[in-house]
Write a protein that binds this ligand. Structure first.
Ligand code: PMP
Length: 285
């Protein structure tokens, strides 16, 4: 089946879906994005993703290209046209097309909107979750506003590639004080020896993951104790469990960090339960 992308008001064949060379996303990474899980053809946590999008746009002073309700319709239509049952929908908004100049373009420049959708192999993801993944650690080298979901992802790209080259699936950024901030495309969590679930507070040093937000409810419902505080790499090495969260990975157990097994090197019980229960707490449209 041929894929379809939404580009600035039109649904076009994916292979011919293009933006202008002077799009500010292309030239300056001057834009924001969202990735939403699709499950059974429906969007997961659309409201929260839209709220975060609105915040990212406001922080960067990019105008909303259309009412959020209309944007939601475009997301759903893109999912429908691509016949995605289980997968993701990607939305990107940039400051638009204008002659290259670092400062903002003239008022009235229309933001560019691109939406794509694709299927993910759910069986493969479940298999990965049953096995768990390896992560490596890398020095934090991003700007201090990664709470904004900007498309400027060069450090994340390099970190993920470093992970690949070391046979791992994710890289955790480590701040100069030795604490883990988050993954290159996920939030980072550990479970301590005493069974407390630890994740970094959502300040400017991490993206406030939607999966992270929903998981706080899953934790509470399961009577699990949460500690929202930074944790060190040393603590992670000694953890009983570790896992990552993101819209596409949900809850993914981490079974090794920098080549050292986490506990006995198998996915932990808490991560497995959280993964199992996640969609009962998500808003499925
Ligand atoms: N941190 C980063 C850097 C990410 O790219 C992502 C994935 N978008 C996340 C955290 C997790 O966010 P979410 O749960 O909303 O997918």
């Amino acid at each position: 089946m041929s894929r379809v992308a939404y580009v600035n008001g039109r649904y076009v064949p994916h292979r011919r879906a293009t933006v202008h060379v002077e799009d500010r996303g292309y030239q300056f990474a001057d834009g924001v994005y969202e990735v939403c899980e699709v499950r059974g053809g429906r969007l997961v946590d659309e409201r929260r993703h839209m709220e975060r999008l609105q915040r990212s746009l406001a922080e960067l002073r990019i105008a909303a290209p259309m009412p959020l309700k209309a944007l939601g319709m475009v997301l759903r239509e893109t999912v429908r046209r691509n016949r995605v049952r289980d997968g993701i929908v990607y939305l990107q908004i940039t400051r638009g097309v204008a002659p290259r100049d670092h400062a903002f373009p003239p008022a009235g420049t229309r933001p560019s909107v691109v939406v794509t959708a694709r299927s993910l192999d759910r069986e493969r993801l479940e298999k990965a979750a049953a096995e768990g993944i390896a992560v490596i650690t890398v020095p934090e080298n991003r700007w201090p506003r990664v709470d904004i979901k900007s498309i400027a992802l060069l450090p994340n790209v390099l970190a993920k590639q470093a992970a690949r080259e070391q046979g791992a699936k994710e890289a955790w950024f480590v701040a100069p004080d030795g604490t883990v901030t988050e993954g290159s495309s996920s939030n980072a969590w550990i479970v301590t020896a005493s069974g407390k679930v630890v994740t970094r507070p959502a300040d400017h040093a991490i993206l406030r993951g939607i999966t992270r937000t929903v998981l706080l409810d899953v934790l509470a419902a399961n009577g699990l104790e949460l500690e929202e505080r930074p944790f060190t790499v040393a603590e992670a090495y000694a953890a009983r469990e570790a896992f990552i969260t993101s819209a596409s990975q949900i809850v993914m157990p981490v079974v090794s960090i920098d080549g050292r097994p986490v506990a006995n090197g198998a996915p932990g019980m808490i991560a497995t339960v959280l993964r199992r229960d996640f969609h009962r707490f998500a808003e499925i449209g």
